[in-house]
Design a protein around this ligand. Structure first.
Ligand code: G3H
Ligand code: 13P
Ligand code: ZN
Length: 311
């Protein structure tokens, strides 16, 4: 099976009340760990590449690894650009075989966001095969290599119909209280999401797939392991899984997960290296990391996304 179009995946998820995990990939071990989970769970997946990942790995290496994953797994896999910040980067990804792109104009003034998103949609939709476009309204706080937003603002449901109609986007990322990175909520506060906004957005856009970014739950077993092995991630907190599970049964059809992959990779590597001072074969800690990614992703598919057996 070749790479699949994200739109068909998201439509099925909408109709059947689950979400597809969109996992950020940066190297071979993360791809293999995620794809093994999808194989075992018989789940569809979106593998997504950020600008930071493109810089780190050189896009062609990641793309060839994803081609290998498609051959190896026979599963429905979509290849997606995460947080494209210009028409040019979206065009480059479309021209080189991505099946979907995100144009993130969320930090621009509204009319500029409409203009750049429309331009990407016109290009992507005229492409053969059709390439799916994700837009964003509202901003998420948080810091990653290439995504650095200090202040968040919730999505205004009054704008979504106009935005979708004028741009032609196929899916929409909205801000309802999630944020990027591993420090999403202050300790001692009750993590909450604005389900009222999600409900109002889906009332105005019936049948339309919604995307949640910043949706790692910041798996506490890995935070503990990380801290016990000399790390310092005090007060790392994510979105509670029951909230994500609830969202995935609503109009949210794509849930973005990066920080949990990083933790499931890095914490066991830290532990392995500390426990095995004589080992100098990098395949050993990387192999342990890969196995842990598989376990973490299987758990997401079963208990959070509800995408098991939906491939
Ligand atoms: O949303 C951002 C992703 O977590 C990607 O982060 O730019 O550090 O690869 P990155
Ligand atoms: P997390 O940092 O919560 O994993 O979010 C990732 C993301 O939104 C990628 O676009
Ligand atoms: Zn994101």
């Amino acid at each position: 099976m070749p790479l699949v179009n994200e739109l068909e995946m998201l439509k099925k998820a909408y109709d059947e009340g689950y979400a597809v995990g969109a996992f950020n990939i940066n190297n071979m071990e993360t791809i293999q760990g995620i794809v093994e989970a999808a194989k075992l769970e018989k789940s569809p997946i979106i593998l997504q590449v950020s600008r930071g990942a493109r810089k780190y790995a050189n896009p062609v290496y990641l793309q060839k690894l994803v081609e290998a994953a498609v051959i190896d797994s026979g599963l429905p896999i979509a290849l997606h650009l995460d947080h494209g910040d210009s028409f040019e980067i979206c065009k480059e990804c479309i021209d080189t075989g991505f099946t979907s792109v995100m144009i993130d104009g969320s930090s621009l003034p509204y009319e500029e966001n409409v203009a750049v998103t429309k331009k990407v949609c016109e290009y992507a939709h005229a492409h053969t095969p059709y390439v799916t476009v994700e837009g964003e309204l509202g901003t998420l706080a948080g810091i990653e290599d290439e995504v650095n937003v200090e202040h968040s603002s919730y999505t205004d449901p009054n704008t979504v119909e106009d935005f979708v109609k004028r741009t032609g986007v196929d899916s929409l990322a909205i801000a309802i209280g999630t944020s990027h990175g591993a420090f999403k909520f202050k300790p001692g506060t009750k993590p909450q999401l604005r389900f009222d906004i999600l409900e109002e957005v889906s009332r105005r856009l019936p049948g339309f797939p919604i995307v949640l970014h910043g949706a790692s739950s910041v798996l506490q077993d890995y935070v503990k392991m990380f801290n016990e092995c000399g790390g310092d991630m005090k007060d790392a907190l994510g979105v509670p899984e029951e909230l994500l599970s609830k969202a995935s049964k609503m109009a949210v059809c794509k849930i973005n997960i990066d920080s949990d992959i990083r933790l499931a990779c890095y914490a066991p590597m830290r532990k392995y290296i500390l426990d095995n001072p004589t080992v100098f074969d990098p395949r050993k800690p990387l192999g342990v990391a890969r196995d842990n990614i598989t376990e973490a992703v299987r758990h997401k598919m079963r208990d959070v996304l509800h995408s098991s057996n939906k491939a």
